[in-house]
Ligand binder design. Structure first.
Ligand code: NCD
Ligand code: ZN
Length: 347
């Protein structure tokens, strides 16, 4: 049994760090173990223009602990009215690494998202031409669609036609949550990549709803069946280069998580790489962790892997229940209070 593993320093290809006090409180957990992260643009108001991306990047860098070499990779929030020239300028100036598409009202802070997929065709054509990645919250937000089927229906209605119409467009289906998502990405690689979160690899909807309602497990896309989780575990640990690490760590103040209408999103960066290591160890696939965490993502984004390494060891520690954000405000930590069986012991 392997008890110690050294891998190329990982990157997080899907991360929310918010702004202000929450940014300051949450970012250090990612910066500690990850080289880079794709930073999500769903702020209020969202990151729409090149100048918004630059200003947000500067705030992220200012919130880094001293001496950190962590690099944020910024994204632009796609709306029906996004101008292809704005996207291209942001990409050429090195401000935007990718564009993020939220279907309107599919998740947290997505009210400005896409309502009409015809309207974004010019942007997609431009991205295809300049080689810029298109990141998707892949869920159909039509109220007639059952929440557990949103990913599968998005694939059928939206994604399948997009892959045909824009065969040269690099795409990432974010936070894969279903067997259908896993299969679609595999069938459309290398055009398509998919990120997988630690919580979709570990939880089932029975964990979430079967033993009392656990609102802190509520996220979008919602946690699905055991069969879906097992397909995700198989995909992540397969070594196939179309699957890569994206935590979707998404902190919210605890009062918003536990509200009558609770906010979707799990704050997992304090236990992220350790949780992935646990899953890979359980699947007897620790030898595939480096590909998933540190090599497949850079390959998809056509970036070099990080030069540094990190070492993980089988060692038990207890995750903090929550973190202090500002004054009395706190954010619950995914797996908070649980015994974590892997620990980062060297950088
Ligand atoms: C994310 C958030 O809180 O911003 N929430 C979530 O449930 N994953 C948004 C997202 O990625 O859908
Ligand atoms: Zn997200």
């Amino acid at each position: 049994m392997t008890d110690r593993i050294t891998i190329t320093k990982p990157d997080d290809w899907h991360l929310h760090v918010r702004d202000g006090a929450m940014l300051k409180a949450s970012l250090p957990f990612t910066a500690k173990h990850f080289g880079r992260a794709i930073v999500m643009p769903n702020l209020l108001p969202p990151v729409l223009k090149v100048k918004d991306g630059e200003a947000y990047r500067d705030r992220v860098i200012a919130a880094l602990p001293e001496g950190s070499t962590f690099k944020p990779l910024m994204t632009c929030y796609l709306t029906d009215d996004t101008d292809p020239d704005e996207i291209e300028t942001g990409f050429r100036e090195g401000v935007f690494t990718a564009v993020k598409m939220y279907p309107a009202n599919a998740t947290t802070n997505s009210a400005h998202g896409v309502t009409d997929f015809q309207k974004i065709r010019r942007v997609l054509a431009r991205m295809e031409k300049i080689g810029m990645s298109f990141l998707m919250h892949g869920e159909e937000a039509d109220p007639a669609i059952d929440v557990f089927d949103r990913e599968a229906v998005f694939i059928e209605r939206r994604l399948e036609p997009m892959t045909r119409d824009f065969p040269g467009l690099r795409m990432v289906l974010e936070h894969l949550s279903s067997r259908e998502g896993v299969q679609f990405v595999r069938d459309h690689a290398p055009q398509m990549g998919g990120t997988i979160t630690p919580y979709h690899l570990m939880l089932t909807r029975t964990d979430w709803l079967g033993y009392g309602n656990r609102p802190y497990m509520y996220c979008m896309p919602v946690i699905k069946r055991r069969e879906d989780r097992d397909a995700l575990r198989k995909a992540a640990t397969s070594g196939a280069s179309c699957y890569f690490l994206g935590t979707d760590s998404a902190p919210h103040p605890v009062t918003r998580k536990l509200n009558v209408v609770g906010a979707a999103g799990l704050f997992n960066s304090p236990v992220a790489i350790e949780s992935y290591a646990q899953v890979f160890a359980e699947e007897n696939a620790l030898d595939k962790l480096e590909a998933f965490a540190s090599l497949n993502g850079p390959k998809h984004y056509r970036l070099p892997p990080n030069a540094e390494t990190i070492t993980l060891e089988r060692q038990t520690w207890t995750a903090p229940e929550d973190i202090r954000v500002d004054g009395e405000e706190r954010a619950l930590v995914h797996r908070g209070g649980e015994k974590i069986s892997w620990k980062v012991t060297a950088h």
